[in-house]
Design a protein around this ligand. Structure first.
Ligand SMILES: *Cc1c(COP(=O)(O)O)cnc(C)c1O
Length: 443
């Protein structure tokens, strides 16, 4: 199909995610992508674009990694799908044991059994991984003697997904407001990334825990980086403090590692940077490397045990594709590639370059504030306009002309590329971001 024909069908019939459709139909000349390879996307006319955000944060091993493709096709030839309700298959079983073996705390023999992440519950995407964590938490307390524990503490700016449950624990006002009446009540505290430091946010977590000692079901966080809030980064000290405080009143810590999990920050899990073991850990995005929608919620032995006994105590939850063999086979291969290609080592080597580049941009170009970086995430702000601010989109256009796909978050311009991006492509990406910002800064 020709480019114009695709765009015509698209504008006639597709309703795009996170897109103001009237402006899109009237004024957007969309990229029309037909192929991808490693860190690059190619459009129907053969133009090449560096994928600066790993196609919405999932493609951490680049596009069409040959080993992932092989795992997918081999599994497809054998068993593409079967339900996981009381029957099983090798990819789901083996992946669960691999995830549990690498989970935070797995290497700490002194941890009590109840605090270990010993069980993997599969679902389809990041939102459902969080939804599972919410329901597990609520049901655990309901049937284990503390039915008043129904409220979650959540951080300002938090993004945990799109279901009503995950939106309820979210903290981005624009995404919440319209659904206000449908959302359940949570306790909002400031983000530890805000001015005033993590101590201010923590003081409010403490206050909420003290005020409602037997009503808090759990504290949910995006550890170290609040992605959708604009790559807001905060100290591991906050996580350690929250872990201690939640233990002190015997409530749960839920780590939403849908964005940070599997090496984004340089550590396998962002909670590892704090040496913290959560009670529930949500993983998606990188887990299946951009090949399949796939997610997992890791649960502690204590939480799992709280669902044993009479059949009425079971977790009656599941999706058609829970633990589907294609996703599970790909995820196993993702973990194997991380080991064999030393992806964490690669991040450690490349991260200083990302950090230095964003610091240099902020130091040398006008109007740029708050350069920040951790692992393979680098970000800088163009003033403080929030999610709907427009200067980020001018950078998007400038980057596009230079062969970069660089979707901003409001006024935050960031990169979150494939973790195995070759050095030359990373140099090209950082130079392209800098040139694009320079063009927009000139006005
Ligand atoms: C993207 C994201 C989600 C939602 O994941 P989906 O797969 O888009 O549903 C949840 N939490 C965090 C931290 C995310 O970055």
């Amino acid at each position: 199909m020709e480019r114009a024909d695709i765009v015509k069908l698209d504008k006639g019939h597709v309703w795009h995610p996170y897109t103001a459709m009237e402006a899109y139909i009237a004024g957007t000349d969309p990229l029309v992508i037909s192929r991808a390879e490693g860190p690059y996307l190619f459009d129907v006319d053969g133009r090449r674009y560096l994928d600066a955000n790993g196609s919405w944060w999932v493609s951490t091993l680049g596009h069409r990694h040959p080993r992932l493709l092989r795992a997918l096709t081999e599994q497809a030839g054998q068993l593409p799908h079967v339900s996981l309700a009381g029957i099983t298959h090798e990819p789901a079983a083996a992946l669960a044991s691999e995830l549990v073996a690498m989970a935070p705390g797995a290497d700490r023999p002194e941890l009590p059994t109840g605090e270990r992440l010993t069980r993997a519950f599969y679902s389809d995407n990041g939102s459902t991984a969080v939804e599972v964590a919410i329901k597990m938490t609520a049901q655990y307390w309901a049937q284990n003697g503390q039915p008043r524990r129904t409220r979650f503490i959540t951080l300002s700016g938090a993004f945990h997904g799109e279901t009503i449950g995950s939106t309820s624990v979210g903290g981005v006002p624009l995404f919440r407001e319209v659904f206000g009446p449908l959302l359940f009540d949570v306790v909002h505290v400031p983000s530890p990334a805000e001015e005033g430091g993590w101590e201010r946010a923590f003081a409010q977590v403490q206050a909420a825990l003290r005020e409602h000692p037997d009503e808090i079901a759990g504290v949910i966080v995006e550890p170290i980086i609040q992605g959708a809030a604009g790559m807001q980064m905060y100290s591991p000290d906050f996580l350690r403090a929250v872990r201690e405080a939640t233990r002190a009143v015997d409530t749960f810590l839920i780590a939403d590692e849908v964005f940070t999990g599997l090496g984004r920050t340089g550590a396998r899990f962002a909670v590892d940077l704090a040496g913290v073991v959560p009670d529930l850990l949500c993983l998606a995005k990188a887990l299946s490397g951009g090949l399949m929608p796939f997610a997992v919620t890791l649960a502690s032995e204590r939480i799992f045990s709280g669902f044993l006994g009479a059949s009425s105590r079971a977790l009656y939850y599941g999706h058609s594709y829970c633990g589907n063999p294609l996703g599970a086979a790909v995820a196993r291969e993702v973990l194997a590639v991380y080991r064999d290609e030393d992806v964490l080592g690669q991040v450690a080597r490349k991260a200083p370059k990302v950090k230095a580049a964003f610091e240099r941009m902020a130091a040398t170009l006008p109007g740029l504030v708050r350069p920040r970086a951790i692992g393979m995430v680098g970000a800088v702000d163009l003033g403080g306009g929030g999610y709907l601010a427009s200067s980020g989109w001018r950078v998007y256009e400038a980057a596009r002309r230079r062969g970069l796909y660089l979707r901003p978050l409001g006024d935050t311009v960031y990169i979150a590329p494939a973790l195995n991006i070759p050095d030359a492509a990373l140099d090209e990406l950082l130079a392209g971001v800098e040139d694009s910002l320079r063009e927009v800064a000139r006005g």
